[in-house]
Design a protein around this ligand. Structure first.
Ligand SMILES: NC(=O)c1ccc[n+]([C@@H]2O[C@H](COP(=O)([O-])OP(=O)(O)OC[C@H]3O[C@@H](n4cnc5c(N)ncnc54)[C@H](OP(=O)(O)O)[C@@H]3O)[C@@H](O)[C@H]2O)c1
Length: 259
């Protein structure tokens, strides 16, 4: 069977670069099947054997599947003829229709990884309105499986919404950790201890959620009717869930209307 070839336009950026490295290191693709492009000629994967090209069309021509991983505002600078190709866009806020119109791609997949591709812990929802063969589904799932977990979602609207949820990756936990740290320091806790305590909660203790449902964990902790229960109640009384919902909706609105 002929080996699939993959091109990544923007293949040296945060997402594109991490994806390129992961598909090689996991053995999903061999280096000769991977083509990358950027404008600068900077090639962090030079030693790997993956080819870096400055001509985006050459990447498209060499590849069965083309990943577009430039920033949304850089998309209009691309001139691509991807007729007959499968294009997978990682861009937030650029619709499948706009991608199909601009590239002529036969099949357009929109996917939304997050910054944790760098540690291969992304959750990547993806959507494709075309019917895909089992082999094509396996390719998309397998490729994103190299950087974490992936799931096909039923509508493109899900991608816009999830852009502001899983697409934000570490942003919400980082906000929580920063708030916990600042508030602890304001309450008189030494700064280094505040940082360790906040990281211990956000990064370490949260690992329990890998195997426990959040509601079960919350119920168990609230049952002590003590310190944790009071802190949680205070957040709930202040409308925590509504605030989170509003925040994700605000981000999703940007994804829906485009950047
Ligand atoms: N980072 C995230 O957390 C995140 C999360 C979800 C989705 N996304 C989406 O992922 C996409 C990429 O984001 P990123 O964070 O990886 O951006 P990034 O680090 O800025 O990477 C962009 C890449 O595109 C290249 N590039 C720009 N213009 C180009 C052109 N005309 N031709 C070829 N290459 C070009 C850049 O290299 P040169 O400058 O050398 O050209 C760079 O390698 C975005 O569309 C974003 O919406 C990102």
């Amino acid at each position: 069977m002929r080996v699939s070839t993959l091109g990544i336009i923007g293949g040296t950026g945060w997402l594109g670069g991490a994806l390129a490295q992961a598909v090689l290191e996991t053995g999903f693709l061999r280096a000769g099947s991977l083509f990358l492009s950027n404008r600068s000629g900077r090639h962090p994967l030079q030693a790997s054997g993956a080819q870096l090209l400055i001509d985006n069309q050459a990447v498209v021509d060499a590849s069965d599947t083309v990943v577009i991983s430039v920033r949304p505002e850089q998309f209009s600078e691309l001139t691509l003829d991807a007729s007959g190709k499968r294009v997978i866009s990682l861009m937030a806020g650029v619709t499948s229709q706009a991608i199909a119109e601009a590239t002529g791609a036969t099949v357009v997949v929109r996917a939304m990884p997050n910054a944790a591709v760098a540690i291969r812990q992304s959750f990547t929802p993806w959507h494709c309105s075309s019917e895909l063969t089992p082999a094509a589904v396996a390719f998309v799932q397998g490729m994103f499986g190299c950087v974490g977990m992936a799931s096909r979602v039923p509508t493109e609207q899900c991608i816009d919404y999830l852009s502001a949820l899983s697409g934000t990756g570490p942003a919400l936990p980082a906000l929580l950790m920063a708030a916990l740290m600042r508030q602890a320091v304001a309450a008189g806790v030494p700064e280094d201890i505040a940082q360790d305590a906040a990281r211990g909660v956000v990064v370490n203790a949260s690992q329990l959620l890998a195997t426990t449902e959040p509601h079960a964990l919350l119920d168990a902790l609230k049952a002590y009717k003590g310190v944790t229960a009071q802190a949680l109640q205070s957040l709930e009384d202040a409308g925590f869930e509504r605030l989170i919902g509003d925040a994700v909706h605000a981000g999703a609105e940007v994804a829906r209307r485009g950047m």
